[in-house]
Design a protein around this ligand. Structure first.
Ligand SMILES: Nc1ncnc2c1ncn2[C@@H]1O[C@H](COP(=O)(O)OP(=O)(O)O)[C@@H](O)[C@H]1O
Ligand SMILES: [Mg+2]
Length: 234
């Protein structure tokens, strides 16, 4: 198996005035191609901090992190932003769609930043919306979509660049039970059909029970990491 993400000895300390807050205390973690993994742990255990570092949104205090064999810590901010754009898809708790853009324009946005030609851009964005079952809503703005639909647009947007990995931070936290189950079933399908690699920070049992790899972080360290086979569902 090929490691897409390889974290070695990641530490992260935040400074709050004169106080030093250790958020990560030495994380060793490799995410393999095709993983469908949950990252669980109590609030404040460092899940968001780790995802932000893996996704190149933040830098570790110490340790190394590589994506597809490329060392992120060696990149300057510009190259890091470029790698983030091409290799990482993000899904956030609050959807984070651009309110003035339609669903299809939101999905296209990343492709625009990547200088994908306009016609191809639109075609790929439509294809992604189709994959999340929203082809009939492509012209709607986020305010005219339900929370679950907005999150599906966010998943389509995350996939549009054909990233090496999709990082999701509490993706179901704002969704009711049925909608959360639909979303996790959708992500699971994308993983199985297209081999999209997912790492999802969550303390939602609805998500955890559907993942094939379950990582638990506690006090800024990996406390357990298990793989399991699931009964086919959804
Ligand atoms: N920007 C920040 N400044 C200071 N402390 C922070 C910051 N972000 C997170 N922390 C602290 O780091 C620890 C881990 O936080 P976080 O990664 O958000 O955990 P989780 O996502 O698991 O809830 C917590 O103690 C939190 O208070
Ligand atoms: Mg968090």
């Amino acid at each position: 198996m090929t490691a897409i993400v390889d974290c070695k000895g990641i530490t992260k300390h935040y400074r709050q005035g004169s106080i030093d807050v250790p958020a990560l205390r030495g994380v060793d973690l490799a995410i393999e191609q095709g993983d469908f993994a949950s990252l669980a742990g109590p609030s404040g255990s460092g899940k968001t901090t780790l995802l932000n570092i893996v996704g190149g949104l933040d830098r570790p205090t110490d340790g190394t992190i590589s994506i597809d064999g490329q060392d992120l810590t060696a990149l300057d901010n510009e190259d890091l932003a470029d790698l983030r754009l091409r290799k990482i898809g993000f899904v956030f708790q609050a959807y984070n769609l651009i309110p003035v853009l339609s669903a299809v324009e939101n999905v296209e946005f990343t492709l625009q930043l990547m200088d994908v030609p306009a016609a191809e851009r639109r075609e790929r964005a439509k294809e992604m919306l189709q994959q999340v079952g929203l082809e009939s809503m492509e012209n709607r703005r986020p305010s005219r979509l339900s929370g679950g639909q907005q999150q599906r647009v966010a998943v389509a947007r995350a996939l549009a660049s054909r990233p090496s990995i999709v990082l999701a931070d509490e993706p179901t936290a704002n969704l009711d039970t049925q909608t959360a189950e639909d979303l996790i079933a959708l992500m699971s399908r994308l993983n199985e059909r297209y081999g999209v690699t997912f790492l999802m920070a969550t303390h939602d049992d609805r998500v955890i029970s559907r993942t094939r790899r379950h990582i638990v972080i506690a006090d800024g360290r990996v406390a357990s990491d298990e793989r399991r086979t699931l009964e086919m569902a959804g």
